[in-house]
Design a protein around this ligand. Structure first.
Ligand code: MRU
Length: 393
């Protein structure tokens, strides 16, 4: 763990330390007070970091999981190779002819892969259980598993498999940066200099790798002198808007105003908002969109005041296998996040019933457009999303 000073913009949300074989993340639970980089080595540390929102936001969760399973794969491979070398030495010491050695090597490789894959799969499933709503978690882990299985089918050895997993994990991160930039370009085309933009939760740099999704048009606009006025919803109960969005936009020099969640209708009614950009954790095939709890309320108010409501979604977050929002599993979190967290003393009666869903689903009819890296999808979303998901840039 290292505590750093300076702007949050100088640090990477998720990185890989090859030498120490661990994942490095900014511990987002410590922001904005402290910028602390922590190292994740074991499966439990990676799982906890995702579950406890030390790293959060759909794309950043995906990248962390890809790096995480790579780190674990290296550990598993190291243990298996160590074991089989010891076994082989004990079993055949002093009596291996060339023929036997060759045969043994082939069988040994297959057995090694089986042992490796069994443990890889266990760890993959464990990481996948950390949070249920953001599809990027299973999407990234499935990508890593496909690479592993393909390499196994091709009879590759463990060191080559590890190299391929490394390449895939790094690619997932690099793609995220490109994808967010492209979302930013499309999003920027929908607004004009001086506009007021409202956003909910944190779909920013801290939720992805560089530009964020909902913040990508804001950052690109900032580079090009658009002078947006941004309203950041604080986002109860975990305050991602206050602690993270306000923090990163302010560090980047963006004109940002923090509001409580129950003030968004007021700033819309006042005529201060020209467009809403939000991120998402999973988009169903019909365009229903799961995002941080409270997003749906923003969309309803936006419709009332005639403000366009844009969902920024990498195609990795579009889940065509889920027909509608009704089938999206919504994470429920401990009630203490509502009653106790952030307060010196509990702010609710002891043992009061609490309902604490982490996400809600915005109905597709409230969504003006879904902005992907491949272009902008409009209703009917069944067709437009399918087309954009097929598009290869
Ligand atoms: O619970 P969180 O903080 O992971 O929720 C994050 C969000 O809802 C984001 O808006 C979403 O993941 C998109 S991030 C680009």
């Amino acid at each position: 763990m290292s505590t750093l000073s300076g702007s949050i913009m100088e640090y990477e949300t998720v990185a890989l330390d090859e030498k120490e074989n661990c994942v490095l993340i900014i511990d987002q639970t410590k922001l904005p007070g402290k910028t602390e980089i922590i190292r994740l080595k074991s499966a439990q540390e990676i799982w906890n970091a995702i579950y406890l929102l030390k790293v959060r936001g759909a794309p950043a969760i995906g990248v962390s999981a890809a790096f995480g399973i790579y780190v674990l794969a290296r550990q598993i491979a190291g243990e298996i190779v160590g074991q089989s070398t010891r076994q082989l030495a004990g079993q055949f010491a002093g009596q291996i002819t060339g023929q036997i050695a060759q045969h043994t090597a082939g069988e040994e490789k297959e057995a090694e892969f089986e042992a490796f894959y069994r443990r890889f799969k266990e760890q993959k499933e464990y990481l996948d259980s950390a949070r249920p709503t953001a599809v990027n978690l299973s999407w990234a882990l499935n990508r890593m598993e496909r690479v592993c299985l393909q390499a196994g089918r091709e009879g590759k050895g463990l060191s080559e498999i590890i190299e391929l997993l490394h390449r895939e994990a790094v690619k997932i991160k690099e793609e995220d940066i490109q994808v967010c930039r492209s979302i930013g370009e499309y999003g920027l085309g929908l607004v004009k200099p001086g506009d007021g933009i409202l956003t909910h939760c944190n779909a920013g740099r801290l939720a992805a790798c560089r530009y964020g999704t909902a913040t990508a048009p804001i950052y690109l606009g900032q580079e090009r002198g658009y002078h947006f006025r941004v309203f950041a919803d604080e986002t109860r109960p975990l305050l991602q808007g206050a602690r993270l969005t306000a923090c990163e936009l302010k560090s980047a020099g963006v004109d940002v105003t923090l509001i409580c969640d129950n003030m968004s209708a007021t700033v819309m009614k006042n005529g201060w908002v020209n467009a809403i950009f939000v991120g998402c954790d999973r988009v169903a095939a019909n365009g229903d969109t799961a995002n941080k709890i409270g997003t749906s309320m923003v969309a309803i108010a936006a419709r009332r005041y005639g403000i366009p409501f844009y969902v920024c979604a990498p195609t990795a977050t579009i889940d065509l296998a889920t027909p509608t929002g009704a089938e999206i599993r919504i994470e429920e979190r401990p009630g203490e996040e509502v009653t106790k967290m952030w307060y010196k003393e509990p702010m609710a009666p002891e043992d009061v019933k609490v309902f604490n869903p982490a996400f809600d689903v915005t109905d597709n009819e409230l969504v003006t457009a879904i902005i992907t890296e491949n272009g902008i999808a409009e209703a009917p979303f069944e067709n437009s999303l399918q087309k954009l998901c097929r598009t290869q840039k």
